[in-house]
Ligand binder design. Structure first.
Ligand code: PEP
Length: 275
């Protein structure tokens, strides 16, 4: 069922999530290997989320390359006695443009609740960051036929906290938990079905904003499956874990995002416009 009656207004977005990997020297080598390939790429927006201690290093390395900096997490608090936490304002101060919120590893390993994720989403917006809201079901929830219900309740928590107008300032990443870091990817059809469901939930709030919102897919995206995933109508890019640590693989995924773009003249605004 078509969920978008207009083409996505803007290039695809590909976000690298380095998770807890990297060293000062290794990061420099990875960016060095990536830049020649990525700097020639108009037609895709790229962001890199390194571990927090390396944000300053990456801000320096990415400089004016056009590649954005993002954080893997954000505190829901603005300031104060919260040992170990990093506020949105600090992330913005470091040069971040994006912050992941509610990654399934944060939800499952660190007990982040829907309510906390909603507060993090709001905190990111307050700091002028674009929150990337991660949603996804476990394999048990999928097998029980509860995928749409799980996604719906994760989304509802944020909608109730911030409302549709604010939610639409963010990005949503559908990341089936069973596909993250497992090598098992959702098929393009499975991914599209959930993306279409998410867009329909958003459209019930505001159809125009829903059509504009970027919905990323994440979960074992690799160079050889990216093109098919990105070709789906409601998939506007990817959140890439493991493969983002390999310069060639990540560059190939970004290239796949460009080739999946509708042809010029299909109703898109100018290249590299942001939403
Ligand atoms: C992720 O960490 O968000 C992710 C999608 O990881 P991977 O690509 O390794 O499955």
């Amino acid at each position: 069922m078509p969920t978008r009656n207009t083409p996505a207004p803007g290039p695809k977005l590909v976000i690298a999530n380095w998770k807890m990997h990297g060293t000062h020297a290794g990061n420099a080598r990875l960016i060095d290997a990536l830049l020649p390939g990525l700097s020639a790429m108009a037609g895709v927006q790229v962001a890199i989320c390194p571990p927090m201690p390396y944000l300053a290093q990456l801000a320096g390395l990415l400089g004016r390359t056009g590649i954005c900096l993002g954080a893997q997490n954000i505190s829901e608090r603005a300031e104060g006695a919260f040992t170990g936490e990093v506020s949105g304002q600090m992330l913005a101060d470091m040069g971040c443009g994006y912050a992941l919120v509610g990654h399934s590893e944060r939800r499952s390993l660190y007990g982040e609740t829907d309510a906390q994720v909603a507060m993090k989403f709001e905190a990111a917006l307050r700091a002028g960051l674009t929150p990337v809201l991660c949603l996804g079901e476990t394999i048990h929830q999928r097998r029980a036929g509860n995928t749409n219900a799980v996604i719906g309740s994760q989304l509802k928590a944020v909608l109730e906290q911030v409302g549709m107008a604010q939610l639409a300032k963010g990005v949503i990443a559908y990341e089936p938990v069973w596909a993250i870091g497992t090598g098992e990817t959702a098929s393009p059809t499975q991914a599209q079905a959930v993306h279409a469901h998410i867009r329909q939930l958003l459209a019930a709030q505001d159809p125009a904003a829903a059509a504009r919102m970027r919905l990323l897919y994440g979960g074992s995206v690799k160079a050889d499956n990216a093109a098919q995933l990105f070709a789906q109508q409601d998939i506007d890019g990817g959140l890439i874990g493991g493969a983002s640590l390999d310069a060639d693989a990540f560059a190939a995924i970004c290239r796949a995002a460009i080739s999946a773009e509708p042809p010029v003249g299909a109703g898109l605004p100018a290249k590299n416009s942001t939403r």
